[in-house]
Design a protein around this ligand. Structure first.
Ligand SMILES: *Cc1c(COP(=O)(O)O)cnc(C)c1O
Length: 406
């Protein structure tokens, strides 16, 4: 049985939605694997993955089953009660990572908000009110709440919203000397994305993350890794910190964690978690049973050698083909990233024109992303088939051939 709905169109967006987004001209209505269909029945290949979210593509049978089974049982009870899916997912995250404790919430911004509040509370409890400074990287992205835009290193997101949150310093990413110069005994946390996602798909240097770890240890500060985009298999390991072998004190996860269902988590160790005692922090929906049931199905599938090794193999296919396209048409100066978080950097001649590349791709039936104005970003499903990769990159090449011909 299906419900009758009133017909809606893209033009309705401009009438009824707050104009903070500029969505594409078509409206997706159905997805399966790495294919999406719009209202007119047109089929597209999805290398955007809902911005690095749809880690197992669209309508993955195991996720549909987890969601529908749980939907018939119990949706929500709040944190006045705990629930079985939340406890099962938390155990799996603890077993698979450095962490002993999990705090669930609903978005990447909220997971980071919790991480930053935790870092400040730990420092306050142990060292007093003068230790509150957070060191973050220029061009970083941590979400859109007031605290997270202030920690994020992009003034275009934090300007114009009243007084800034105090005690946040930004240093250039991958610059060890700048980090050293900024850290002091007033620092409560260094916050880094192991791979800057929105900032252009820029992986950290190993020595940089190692230096951040050492500086945190020396100054009693927490090392916070924002793995909202890089985590949950995206970079070829369950979390990117495992790829580097540099372990944080606090880690935020979201996006891929729910495979398309909103859920996020902050992970940390016992000695820090204990500072968020009863009443210090909370959220109504965090650890929602439906969300956690889906998250459990996601980690069961993603955290397997078959999927993680598959990510590394697919990386090679994407990288080789994108490099070839970039050279042939003079579009890219390089291709970078880890696993299936890949950034193709536009050459000088095409700088600032990532949006044009996206639009050209859509015209050929392919969804890709940008990461700033100068980088075309690919964040497909981790289990995208080789046939879909092939066909998607064919479409991409056709779009590039047309775009560069004019
Ligand atoms: C997307 C993203 C966020 C914000 O997540 P939301 O779910 O949009 O709040 C934070 N950090 C990083 C690294 C991200 O990529």
């Amino acid at each position: 049985m299906s419900v009758q709905h009133d017909a809606v169109q893209r033009t309705d967006f401009d009438q009824v939605m707050v104009p903070n987004y500029a969505p594409a001209a078509f409206i997706p209505v159905r997805g399966e694997g790495s294919r999406v269909w719009d209202q007119s029945g047109r089929e597209l290949i999805d290398f955007a993955g809902g911005i690095a979210v749809n880690v197992l593509g669209h309508a993955h049978p195991a996720l549909v089953q987890a969601l529908t089974e749980q939907a018939g049982k119990l949706w929500h009870v709040s944190n006045v009660y705990t629930n079985e899916p939340a406890l099962r997912l938390a155990k799996k995250l603890v077993d698979a990572t450095f962490a002993d404790r999990v705090f669930f919430c609903n978005s990447g911004a909220e997971a980071n908000e919790a991480a930053f509040k935790l870092a400040r509370r730990v420092a306050f409890d142990k060292f007093g009110e003068d230790k509150y400074e957070i060191i973050a990287a220029t061009n970083s992205f941590h979400g859109r709440t007031l605290f997270t835009v202030n920690v994020g290193g992009q003034p275009k997101y934090s300007d114009g919203f009243g007084p800034k949150i105090q005690g946040i310093t930004h240093v250039p990413y991958n610059d060890i000397e700048a980090l050293k110069a900024a850290v002091s005994d007033k620092t409560c946390a260094i916050v880094l994305e192991p791979v800057q996602g929105e900032g252009g798909v820029l992986p950290a240097d190993l020595a940089y993350l190692q230096a951040a770890r050492e500086l945190c240890d020396k100054h009693n500060a927490l090392l916070v890794f924002d793995e909202v985009q890089s985590g949950m298999g995206r970079c070829g390991e369950l979390f990117a910190y495992m790829h580097y072998g540099v372990t944080p004190d606090v880690l935020s996860s979201a996006k891929s964690l729910g495979g398309g269902f909103p859920i996020a988590a902050m992970l940390t160790r016992d000695e820090f978690a204990k500072h968020l005692a009863v009443g210090t922090h909370g959220t109504t929906y965090g650890g929602n049973a439906l969300a956690c049931a889906v998250g459990e199905a996601v980690i069961d599938i993603v955290n397997t050698p078959a999927v993680l090794d598959g990510v590394k193999a697919r990386h090679q296919i994407f990288k080789a083909r994108l490099q070839q396209i970039g050279e042939q048409y003079g579009l890219f100066s390089g291709v970078r990233g880890l696993g299936l978080l890949i950034g193709a950097v536009l050459s000088d001649a095409w700088k600032g024109k990532a949006k044009e590349v996206l639009d050209a791709a859509v015209a050929e039936g392919l969804m890709v992303l940008q990461a700033g104005p100068d980088v075309v970003r690919f964040a497909p499903s981790l289990v995208v088939s080789e046939a879909d990769i092939e066909e998607g990159l064919e479409r991409f090449e056709r779009s590039v051939a047309k775009l560069t011909r004019v």
